[in-house]
Design a protein around this ligand. Structure first.
Ligand code: DC
Length: 223
Protein backbone atom coordinates (compact mmCIF):
# COMPACT_ATOMS: atom_id res chain seq x y z
CA UNK A 1 0.00 0.00 0.00
CA UNK A 2 1.30 3.44 -0.87
CA UNK A 3 1.56 6.25 1.65
CA UNK A 4 -0.03 9.57 0.69
CA UNK A 5 0.44 12.79 2.60
CA UNK A 6 -2.05 15.61 1.92
CA UNK A 7 -1.12 19.22 2.64
CA UNK A 8 -3.73 21.91 1.97
CA UNK A 9 -3.95 25.56 2.81
CA UNK A 10 -4.31 29.06 1.38
CA UNK A 11 -1.86 30.77 -1.01
CA UNK A 12 1.64 31.41 0.34
CA UNK A 13 1.16 29.46 3.57
CA UNK A 14 4.48 27.68 2.95
CA UNK A 15 2.92 24.47 1.64
CA UNK A 16 5.37 23.85 -1.18
CA UNK A 17 8.47 24.55 0.93
CA UNK A 18 7.26 22.23 3.68
CA UNK A 19 5.93 19.54 1.31
CA UNK A 20 9.23 19.52 -0.57
CA UNK A 21 11.29 19.04 2.61
CA UNK A 22 8.97 16.29 3.88
CA UNK A 23 9.10 14.49 0.51
CA UNK A 24 12.93 14.55 0.49
CA UNK A 25 13.10 13.41 4.09
CA UNK A 26 10.88 10.36 3.54
CA UNK A 27 11.93 9.79 -0.11
CA UNK A 28 8.36 10.28 -1.34
CA UNK A 29 7.42 11.95 -4.61
CA UNK A 30 6.46 15.61 -4.25
CA UNK A 31 3.46 16.68 -6.31
CA UNK A 32 2.64 20.37 -6.37
CA UNK A 33 -0.92 20.41 -7.70
CA UNK A 34 -0.99 24.22 -7.85
CA UNK A 35 1.71 23.92 -10.55
CA UNK A 36 -0.67 21.78 -12.59
CA UNK A 37 -3.42 24.44 -12.46
CA UNK A 38 -0.81 27.09 -13.25
CA UNK A 39 0.37 25.10 -16.28
CA UNK A 40 -3.23 24.95 -17.54
CA UNK A 41 -3.56 28.72 -17.14
CA UNK A 42 -0.20 29.35 -18.84
CA UNK A 43 -0.96 27.20 -21.88
CA UNK A 44 -4.45 28.66 -22.23
CA UNK A 45 -3.08 32.19 -22.03
CA UNK A 46 -0.35 31.39 -24.60
CA UNK A 47 -2.97 29.93 -26.94
CA UNK A 48 -5.42 32.76 -26.23
CA UNK A 49 -8.03 30.38 -24.83
CA UNK A 50 -10.33 32.31 -22.53
CA UNK A 51 -11.40 30.61 -19.29
CA UNK A 52 -15.03 31.10 -20.31
CA UNK A 53 -14.53 28.87 -23.35
CA UNK A 54 -14.75 25.63 -21.37
CA UNK A 55 -14.69 23.27 -24.38
CA UNK A 56 -11.49 24.76 -25.73
CA UNK A 57 -9.90 24.82 -22.26
CA UNK A 58 -10.76 21.12 -21.80
CA UNK A 59 -9.41 20.14 -25.24
CA UNK A 60 -6.16 21.83 -24.34
CA UNK A 61 -5.99 20.19 -20.88
CA UNK A 62 -6.62 16.75 -22.39
CA UNK A 63 -3.70 17.29 -24.78
CA UNK A 64 -1.32 17.93 -21.86
CA UNK A 65 1.07 15.17 -20.82
CA UNK A 66 2.02 16.28 -17.29
CA UNK A 67 4.69 14.88 -15.02
CA UNK A 68 7.21 16.06 -12.45
CA UNK A 69 10.96 15.65 -12.83
CA UNK A 70 13.33 16.86 -10.11
CA UNK A 71 10.41 18.81 -8.62
CA UNK A 72 9.88 20.71 -11.89
CA UNK A 73 6.70 20.48 -13.91
CA UNK A 74 7.11 19.09 -17.41
CA UNK A 75 4.26 19.42 -19.89
CA UNK A 76 4.51 17.78 -23.30
CA UNK A 77 8.26 17.38 -22.65
CA UNK A 78 8.71 21.12 -21.94
CA UNK A 79 9.93 22.39 -18.56
CA UNK A 80 7.40 25.09 -17.57
CA UNK A 81 8.48 25.51 -13.93
CA UNK A 82 9.78 29.08 -14.34
CA UNK A 83 7.06 30.39 -16.63
CA UNK A 84 4.19 29.23 -14.41
CA UNK A 85 5.45 31.47 -11.57
CA UNK A 86 4.91 34.74 -13.52
CA UNK A 87 2.65 37.44 -12.10
CA UNK A 88 0.37 37.12 -15.16
CA UNK A 89 -0.22 33.43 -14.44
CA UNK A 90 -0.72 34.11 -10.70
CA UNK A 91 -3.35 36.71 -11.54
CA UNK A 92 -5.33 34.43 -13.88
CA UNK A 93 -4.93 30.93 -12.51
CA UNK A 94 -7.92 31.02 -10.11
CA UNK A 95 -10.30 31.45 -13.06
CA UNK A 96 -9.05 28.27 -14.72
CA UNK A 97 -8.85 26.37 -11.41
CA UNK A 98 -12.55 27.11 -10.81
CA UNK A 99 -13.63 25.09 -13.90
CA UNK A 100 -15.21 21.80 -12.83
CA UNK A 101 -14.18 19.91 -15.98
CA UNK A 102 -10.54 21.01 -15.59
CA UNK A 103 -10.55 19.82 -11.98
CA UNK A 104 -11.97 16.41 -12.94
CA UNK A 105 -9.15 15.82 -15.43
CA UNK A 106 -6.38 17.00 -13.09
CA UNK A 107 -7.76 15.14 -10.04
CA UNK A 108 -7.74 11.94 -12.08
CA UNK A 109 -4.05 12.46 -13.00
CA UNK A 110 -3.21 13.22 -9.35
CA UNK A 111 -4.99 10.11 -8.07
CA UNK A 112 -3.15 7.96 -10.61
CA UNK A 113 0.15 9.40 -9.40
CA UNK A 114 -0.74 8.56 -5.78
CA UNK A 115 -1.73 5.02 -6.77
CA UNK A 116 1.72 4.51 -8.27
CA UNK A 117 4.05 6.22 -5.78
CA UNK A 118 4.34 7.27 -2.14
CA UNK A 119 3.47 10.96 -2.42
CA UNK A 120 3.37 14.26 -0.62
CA UNK A 121 0.78 16.32 -2.43
CA UNK A 122 -0.07 19.93 -1.74
CA UNK A 123 -2.97 22.07 -2.95
CA UNK A 124 -6.45 23.16 -1.92
CA UNK A 125 -8.60 20.04 -2.28
CA UNK A 126 -6.13 17.26 -1.51
CA UNK A 127 -7.56 16.23 1.87
CA UNK A 128 -11.18 16.78 0.82
CA UNK A 129 -11.17 15.33 -2.72
CA UNK A 130 -7.95 13.96 -4.21
CA UNK A 131 -6.68 11.93 -1.23
CA UNK A 132 -9.82 11.95 0.87
CA UNK A 133 -9.03 8.50 2.30
CA UNK A 134 -5.52 9.42 3.36
CA UNK A 135 -4.94 9.20 7.14
CA UNK A 136 -2.23 11.87 6.88
CA UNK A 137 -3.90 15.21 6.20
CA UNK A 138 -2.56 18.60 7.19
CA UNK A 139 -4.04 22.07 6.81
CA UNK A 140 -1.30 24.67 6.84
CA UNK A 141 -2.31 28.25 7.38
CA UNK A 142 -1.02 31.66 8.53
CA UNK A 143 -2.41 35.19 8.65
CA UNK A 144 -2.72 36.99 5.27
CA UNK A 145 -0.11 39.51 6.44
CA UNK A 146 2.40 36.82 7.46
CA UNK A 147 1.91 35.09 4.10
CA UNK A 148 2.25 38.35 2.14
CA UNK A 149 5.43 39.20 4.05
CA UNK A 150 6.98 35.82 3.23
CA UNK A 151 6.03 36.00 -0.46
CA UNK A 152 7.33 39.60 -0.65
CA UNK A 153 10.73 38.60 0.79
CA UNK A 154 10.92 35.50 -1.43
CA UNK A 155 10.21 37.47 -4.63
CA UNK A 156 12.52 40.36 -3.74
CA UNK A 157 15.32 37.94 -2.79
CA UNK A 158 14.90 36.45 -6.27
CA UNK A 159 15.31 39.91 -7.82
CA UNK A 160 11.60 40.33 -8.64
CA UNK A 161 10.68 43.79 -7.35
CA UNK A 162 7.12 44.01 -6.11
CA UNK A 163 5.07 46.17 -3.77
CA UNK A 164 4.09 44.55 -0.46
CA UNK A 165 0.54 45.94 -0.71
CA UNK A 166 0.05 44.42 -4.17
CA UNK A 167 1.10 41.03 -2.84
CA UNK A 168 -1.21 41.33 0.16
CA UNK A 169 -4.16 42.34 -2.05
CA UNK A 170 -3.44 39.48 -4.46
CA UNK A 171 -3.38 36.98 -1.57
CA UNK A 172 -6.65 38.31 -0.13
CA UNK A 173 -8.28 38.19 -3.58
CA UNK A 174 -7.05 34.64 -4.27
CA UNK A 175 -8.15 33.44 -0.82
CA UNK A 176 -11.62 34.78 -1.56
CA UNK A 177 -11.89 33.12 -5.00
CA UNK A 178 -10.37 29.81 -3.80
CA UNK A 179 -12.63 29.64 -0.74
CA UNK A 180 -15.87 30.76 -2.38
CA UNK A 181 -15.83 28.96 -5.71
CA UNK A 182 -18.49 26.32 -6.33
CA UNK A 183 -16.10 23.52 -7.28
CA UNK A 184 -13.93 22.05 -4.51
CA UNK A 185 -13.47 25.27 -2.55
CA UNK A 186 -10.51 25.55 -0.22
CA UNK A 187 -11.76 23.93 2.96
CA UNK A 188 -10.12 22.04 5.76
CA UNK A 189 -10.96 18.31 5.78
CA UNK A 190 -12.72 17.37 9.01
CA UNK A 191 -9.98 14.89 9.86
CA UNK A 192 -7.07 17.18 8.95
CA UNK A 193 -4.54 18.45 11.47
CA UNK A 194 -4.50 22.25 11.43
CA UNK A 195 -1.14 23.99 11.75
CA UNK A 196 -0.99 27.80 12.03
CA UNK A 197 2.55 28.65 10.97
CA UNK A 198 2.36 32.43 11.66
CA UNK A 199 4.70 32.11 14.64
CA UNK A 200 6.50 28.90 13.65
CA UNK A 201 9.74 28.29 11.77
CA UNK A 202 9.95 25.95 8.79
CA UNK A 203 11.78 23.42 11.00
CA UNK A 204 8.97 23.57 13.59
CA UNK A 205 6.32 22.75 10.98
CA UNK A 206 8.44 20.01 9.38
CA UNK A 207 8.88 18.41 12.80
CA UNK A 208 5.15 18.42 13.58
CA UNK A 209 4.28 16.78 10.25
CA UNK A 210 7.24 14.36 10.31
CA UNK A 211 6.28 13.13 13.78
CA UNK A 212 2.78 12.27 12.56
CA UNK A 213 4.14 10.45 9.49
CA UNK A 214 6.67 8.51 11.58
CA UNK A 215 3.98 7.46 14.04
CA UNK A 216 1.78 6.28 11.20
CA UNK A 217 4.63 4.37 9.53
CA UNK A 218 5.54 2.74 12.83
CA UNK A 219 1.92 1.57 13.20
CA UNK A 220 2.14 0.10 9.70
CA UNK A 221 5.52 -1.36 10.68
CA UNK A 222 7.22 0.16 7.63
CA UNK A 223 9.89 1.86 9.77
O1 DC B 1 -0.69 26.94 -4.73
P1 DC B 1 -0.67 27.88 -5.93
O2 DC B 1 -0.76 29.34 -5.55
O3 DC B 1 0.45 27.63 -6.87
O4 DC B 1 -2.04 27.53 -6.71
C1 DC B 1 -2.37 28.15 -7.92
C2 DC B 1 -3.89 28.22 -8.06
O5 DC B 1 -4.45 26.94 -8.25
C3 DC B 1 -4.64 28.88 -6.90
O6 DC B 1 -5.57 29.80 -7.41
C4 DC B 1 -5.38 27.74 -6.26
C5 DC B 1 -5.50 26.72 -7.34
N1 DC B 1 -5.40 25.34 -6.84
C6 DC B 1 -6.56 24.62 -6.71
O7 DC B 1 -7.64 25.14 -6.99
N2 DC B 1 -6.51 23.33 -6.31
C7 DC B 1 -5.34 22.76 -6.02
N3 DC B 1 -5.32 21.49 -5.62
C8 DC B 1 -4.13 23.49 -6.12
C9 DC B 1 -4.21 24.81 -6.52
Amino acid sequence: MNISVAIDGPAAAGKSTIANIIAKKFKFMYINTGSMYRAVALLCMKNEVDYKDINQVCDLVKSMDIYFKNDRIIVNEQDLEDEIRSVAVSNNVSNYAAIKEVRTILVDIQQKMSAKYNVVMDGRDIGTVVLKNSPLKFFLTASAEARARRRYLELNNNGILVEYNNILNDIIKRDYIDSNRKESPLKMAQDAIKIDSSGLSIDDVVKIISDHIKRYMAELKVI
